[in-house]
Ligand binder design. Structure first.
Ligand SMILES: [Zn+2]
Length: 88
């Protein structure tokens, strides 16, 4: 399955279930350290392990990449917007 086909399928599945789907550029999601933002390619010591050479943060590589993708699009409503909504 191509990346485009996978994205189209995900959007259809998400919208049919009332779930917003946002594309995320996957570039460097497997390199970035969530602890110190270091993005060196050498942080991947092997295919399965992510180890930040700057701060020592170590985790399974897939878990690190998934967390970076999630953090790329998670936004929280601002406090002002929430207050405005309550005020009407
Ligand atoms: Zn780090």
């Amino acid at each position: 399955m191509t990346g485009f086909a996978r994205t189209s399928l995900s959007r259809r599945q998400g919208s049919s279930r009332g779930i917003g789907v946002a594309p995320v550029n996957p570039a460097d999601t497997n390199r970035a350290c969530p602890e110190c933002s270091c993005g060196k390619k050498s942080n991947r010591s092997d295919q399965a392990t992510y180890r930040c050479l700057a701060c020592g943060y170590t985790v399974k590589a897939d878990r690190n990449a998934a967390g970076n993708v999630a953090r790329a699009k998670v936004t929280r409503p601002s406090t002002t917007a929430a207050v405005d909504k309550v005020k009407g």
